[in-house]
Design a protein around this ligand. Structure first.
Ligand code: C2E
Ligand code: MG
Length: 768
């Protein structure tokens, strides 16, 4: 694991390339330095070998020269002692037995040291004080003197001597050969020894007889014989040391000459011998340096390129991930509100159920539907609708804990999951919070609007074991909340389920009701408050359901409204009512108003005016006799649009009545701007006018307001005489209620109309 992560890190280009570069630079330098070291060793070995070889050559040369010199001395001695030649030199010279006289001077001296003969007459002198003279007197061996400098020529010469004996064996003098010391170092080859090599003949007394470096020749200098010619050192050894006389480091080889008290010294300058190798080594270092720089630059470039490549790959991967996340987000979230969508909610609910099951906890699902949202959407447009949904989503989130989930299922439906419920009380608290949060006004398109919400609640495990059942049952409970007058919450119960199944059945049979001709209109009379004469009628829809019998509008209109079927049904109502009114007129019955109700959806329909015009045209109905009833709450949704529609209706001569007035708290000022004709006071006030002070007061206020606006005031829902009397006192204009007339089918209403006609004509007669 550790190794893998380490390898993973090491394979990253910004680490890998520098690492490779470091290794390669290391290799380059190891190879270079090793090569240099090997070459240096080779060069040193070559220098050592060369100095040894030169020493051997030099040794042979010197030995030959010394032997030749000694041989010549011996020949002269022989000639002197054996042959008795007093001056053997001339004779020997003629016989070419003497060394060449341009280099060697052979001379004879008597016992007093005076020269008696010489191959070079100019150099004849007394040598009694010379070392090679007095040392030779006592021995028969070869004597080699100290180098001697010729004061006039500045030349250094070396003298070799042997003693001469008379035939009686007494000392007769010496034979001496003197040689220019340069002769012994004439074998200096600059090509081999260089400018700073050394070739020398060192006496065992530590005095250089001759020493040459380049063209400079020295004689008579002292040196440390023991240091230069170490005892016991292998013969062929060459030692690197610094020469004491000129501080040059040299490979020195020395060989003692066994027959003579001399050693030959050959030295090769270290600098010169290793110059080529050092130059090559420097060259190698430069190349290694260049290679290192190139490697580092190359690795930096490669590292940079692959880093950029890796970065772009990383970016591409990140983009892919972001894209996948976006796709995932789109798949599982509602774009508008950013809340989880149906799929995600279903998953989360499934998980929540599992958790609740495992820990033996409860869970609640709250199904929310915004009341009247469709209306807002239809009247204010989708943009406002979207804005409202976003605001609702925000408020919902604020009502919930982080562990709770709120999702949008679509349209105006939201759903909330409260997981791991400890006590049911919390559900109620949340539901109340949601109701309160949605109750405060929303500002859409610069205007304030109020909406409410209906909430259905189901709980796990009582109301369902799986997510579909729980959601479906919460939905059913939500419909119940709507049926209960909206703006409330309801818990699911088995009974609700039965209702909901009924609703489903209702919806499907409603779709065929028009085709099957199952609708019918009932008409309820409106009467003048004083004369009790019929002033008009309200068309009220009935559905003759094949199984359920006659259904009142409140039982199916909400479904028709939701499904949109209300548009077709509404047109049928309008057409039927108009045809009926025209038919009664044709029968000679009085021309009275025909009121028709419109729901919010019908009112928002953009073809409304067009459809009404077509129906008036097709039925021959006079627009003046038609009255449209709209709910008070519709007025305020979109004032501009409402004004537009109402003006359109007015242009066709149609009257406008505000239905169920008093429930919407519309102000006088607002009411004033609409072209209204009638106010129908809501049944709920009328019910309490005789015994409830508040209802009485409100009814009075409504009447006063209606009067102020010169509107016709209709009190609807009068069921008792007391109510009728009270309203008569208050000078209401018209009545509508069971007390006077029930809603009845057309044929029965016809009877009422005829009675009304007769009543009118008898009144007329009486008056006449
Ligand atoms: P609404 O416009 O307020 O109609 C009057 C309702 O009050 C009618 O109920 C009527 O039967 C009832 N009513 C009249 N007098 C009394 C009374 O003294 N006491 C009581 N308790 N009720 C009385 P209905 O016919 O059930 O209609 C209910 C609502 O359905 C109507 O209320 C109206 O808003 C709607 N509606 C009825 N027909 C149509 C229709 O053809 N189209 C549309 N869009 N809505 C309709
Ligand atoms: Mg009505």
């Amino acid at each position: 694991m550790w190794l893998r992560s380490w390898l993973g890190k090491a394979s990253e280009p910004h680490i890998l390339f520098p690492a490779i570069a470091v290794v390669l630079v290391g290799v380059v330098w190891i190879v270079t330095l090793s090569l240099n070291a090997i070459e240096r060793v080779n060069a040193e070995e070559a220098a050592v070998a060369s100095s040894r070889e030169l020493t051997e050559t030099y040794e042979a040369q010197i030995l030959r020269s010394l032997r030749e010199i000694d041989q010549a001395l011996k020949i002269v001695k022989y000639a002197y002692e054996q042959v008795g030649e007093q001056n053997a030199l001339l004779n020997l010279k003629d016989r070419a037995l003497l060394p060449p006289d341009f280099l060697f001077i052979v001379s004879l001296s008597n016992a007093k040291g005076d020269s008696i003969a010489s191959t070079r007459l100019a150099s004849m002198k007394n040598v009694a004080d010379r070392d090679y003279f007095y040392e030779a007197r006592d021995t028969d061996t070869l004597i080699i003197g100290q180098p001697e400098k010729n004061t006039s020529s500045g030349e250094w010469r070396l003298h070799f001597s042997r003693r001469l004996l008379d035939h009686d064996g007494s000392f007769a003098g010496i034979v001496c050969i003197s040689v220019d010391t340069a002769y012994f170092v004439s074998g200096y080859e600059a090509s081999k020894l260089g400018a700073h090599g050394v070739l020398g003949l060192l006496g065992s007394d530590g005095v250089f007889r001759a020493r040459r470096t380049g063209e400079s020749i020295f004689s008579g200098e002292k040196a440390d014989y023991a240091a230069l010619v170490p005892n016991g050192v292998e013969e062929n050894q060459s030692v690197l040391s610094t020469s004491t006389w000129d501080r040059v480091r040299r490979y020195i080889s020395a060989r003692p000459l066994y027959d003579f008290p001399f050693a030959v010294i050959v030295g090769l300058s270290e600098d010169e011998q290793l110059a080529e190798t050092n130059a090559r080594a420097r060259q190698h270092l430069i190349w290694a340096g260049i290679a290192s720089v190139l490697l580092i630059v190359f690795s930096a470039i490669m590292g940079r390129i692959s880093w950029q490549l890796a970065q772009s790959r990383l970016r591409a991967a990140q983009e892919q991930i972001a894209h996948a996340e976006r796709v995932e987000k789109l798949a599982y979230h509602d774009i508008l509100t950013n809340l989880p969508n149906r799929s995600l909610f279903s998953k989360l609910l499934g998980q929540g159920i599992q958790q609740a099951h495992r820990y033996n906890k409860q869970l609640a699902v709250l199904f929310l539907d915004l009341d009247r949202f469709k209306h807002i959407n239809d009247t204010l447009g989708h943009e406002a609708g979207d804005q409202l949904l976003q605001e609702v989503a925000k408020r919902l989130k604020l009502c919930l804990r982080d562990s709770d989930t709120v999702a949008r299922l679509g349209g105006d439906e939201f759903v909330v999951m409260l997981p791991e419920l400890v006590e049911e009380k919390y559900v109620v608290t949340v539901a109340q919070k949601i109701l309160a949060a949605t109750a405060s006004p929303f500002t859409l398109l610069g205007q304030e609007f109020r909406i409410t919400v209906s909430i259905g609640i189901s709980t796990y495990p009582q109301d369902g074991q799986d997510e579909q059942t729980l959601t479906k049952n919460a939905d059913i409970a939500m419909y119940q909340a709507k049926a209960e007058g909206k703006n409330n919450f309801q818990f699911y119960s088995e009974k609700l389920n039965a209702n909901s199944l009924e609703r489903l059945a209702l919806e499907s049979s409603l779709r065929h009701a028009l085709d099957r001709n199952e609708f019918q209109l009932h008409y309820q009379a409106k009467r003048d408050i004083n004369s009790s004469r019929i002033t008009g009628m309200e068309a009220l829809l009935r559905w003759n359901h094949p199984d359920l019998g006659v259904l009142a509008p409140m039982q199916f209109i909400p479904v028709a409204e939701e499904t949109g079927l209300i548009l077709a049904i509404g047109k049928w109502v309008l057409k039927t009512a108009c045809l009926q009114n025209v038919a009664w007129q044709k029968l000679g019955l009085p021309r009275v108003n025909m009121a028709v109700n419109l729901t919010a959806r019908q009112f928002a329909d953009e073809h409304l005016l067009e459809d009404i015009a077509l129906i008036l045209n097709a039925t021959g109905m006079d627009g003046e006799l038609l009255e449209i009833e709209i709910n008070e709450s519709l007025l305020m949704l979109d004032v501009k649009k409402t004004l537009q529609v109402l003006s359109g209706l007015k242009a066709m001569g149609i009257k406008i009545a505000v239905d169920d007035f008093g429930t919407g708290y519309t102000s006088l000022a607002t009411l004033k701007q609409f072209p209204l004709d009638t106010i129908k006071i809501d049944r709920s006030f009328i019910r309490g006018v005789t015994n409830n002070a508040l209802d009485k007061g409100l009814t009075d206020a409504i009447i006063t307001m209606g009067r102020a606006l010169s509107l016709t005031l209709v009190a609807q829902g009068i069921e008792t005489k007391d109510q009728a009397d009270f309203l008569r006192q208050r000078a209401c204009d018209e009545f509508q209620g069971f007390y006077f007339s029930m809603p009845v089918p057309a044929d029965e209403f016809e009877v009422l109309l005829r009675a009304n006609q007769q009543m009118a004509s008898s009144e007329h007669r009486n008056a006449a």
